[in-house]
Design a protein around this ligand. Structure first.
Ligand SMILES: [Ca+2]
Ligand SMILES: [Ca+2]
Length: 311
């Protein structure tokens, strides 16, 4: 009798063990299933968000094309320069919103101006970059260091240069680009560059293909101040007041007392390069999408660089 009771006890424990194992298995299956559903939903929302961002890109291309028909200059009072309002994205399956801005990239200093077509340093642009750094309260020696990063040779600028011997001694070691940049964030790798300096500089610089002029109708205040070493903060404030939202009535009248004839020749009141930043939220998914456009003389607006995230 005792043996039978013991056998029953063992059977009961075995049954309980199997039941516990089955319970754990079922819980794991349910958990995995829920994760799969969430992953699939996130992918679908991301795809919907991407479509909305591409839609915004196409819409802005149309606005920039129309702008070329409607006006002969580009300034901050135009439709493209207006931040577009938060637009709801609503359907049976999704809920979200889209908003964004378009920026004239020729209101910034193009770091690729630092070298000419032969890969040699352009002395006037180097001086302008120094003045921009000075206007921002940053160390002007970054101009020479940036010029060395871009120029074709491996001879360090004196006294402010940095070529491969500096960078190959770092941990981890790396080398200079010795060519034009496609993304200005590359300058974060410059010798001595820290985050605070780079964050201060970033809104005023850009990397555009080839040499570009500055559009004084949209240039930032420090970029205006970089046009001549005798330009004062008061001069810049007067210029900003004069251009207001409609741009300068006449560039030559406004700038000839302030800059050299050579610099005056480099100034523009039109733009070929713009950048759209669009933010899309679909349910729990958020996408930040950047698209850089080139607008040709016949109004063909072409995306030349797309990126996600911070720039
Ligand atoms: Ca225009
Ligand atoms: Ca170099």
């Amino acid at each position: 009798m005792i043996a039978i009771a013991r056998q029953r006890g063992v059977a009961l424990i075995t049954a309980m063990l199997i039941f516990a194992l089955l319970g754990t298995l079922a819980l794991n299956l349910t958990w995995d299933n829920q994760l799969d559903v969430r992953r699939t939903m996130a992918m679908l929302f991301y795809d919907e968000g991407l479509q909305a961002a591409m839609g915004a890109e196409s819409w802005v291309q149309g606005i920039l094309r129309q702008d070329l028909d409607d006006s002969v200059t580009d300034h901050l009072g135009e439709i493209w320069a207006t931040e577009f309002p938060v637009l709801p994205l609503v359907s049976d399956t999704i809920q979200g919103e889209v908003f964004g801005t378009v920026e004239d990239l020729q209101g910034r200093f193009n770091v690729n101006n630092l070298i000419d077509g032969n890969g040699d340093v352009d002395v006037e642009s180097l001086e302008q970059f120094r003045l921009l750094l000075h206007a921002l309260g940053l160390d002007p020696r970054f101009a020479g260091i940036a010029a060395d990063w871009l120029d074709a040779d491996r001879d360090a600028e004196f006294p402010d240069g940095a070529e491969d011997p500096i960078y190959t001694g770092m941990i981890p070691p790396y080398r200079t680009a010795n060519q034009t940049l496609t993304n200005v964030t590359e300058l974060a790798a410059l010798e001595g560059m820290d985050k605070a300096t780079f964050d201060t500089l970033l809104p005023h610089i850009v990397a555009l293909p080839g040499r570009t002029a500055i559009n004084v109708n949209t240039a930032t205040a420090p970029v205006l101040q970089s046009l001549d070493r005798n330009m004062t903060v008061a001069d810049v404030e007067r210029l900003l007041a004069e251009r207001a939202d409609g741009g300068f009535p006449d560039i030559a009248t406004a700038f000839s007392p302030l800059v050299t004839p050579a610099v005056l020749n480099q100034l523009e009141e039109t733009t070929d390069y713009f950048r759209l930043k669009v933010v899309v939220r679909v349910a729990t998914v958020r996408i930040t999408y950047f698209s850089t456009f080139h607008r040709g003389p016949r109004g063909n607006v072409i995306p030349i660089l797309r990126s996600f995230g911070t720039i």
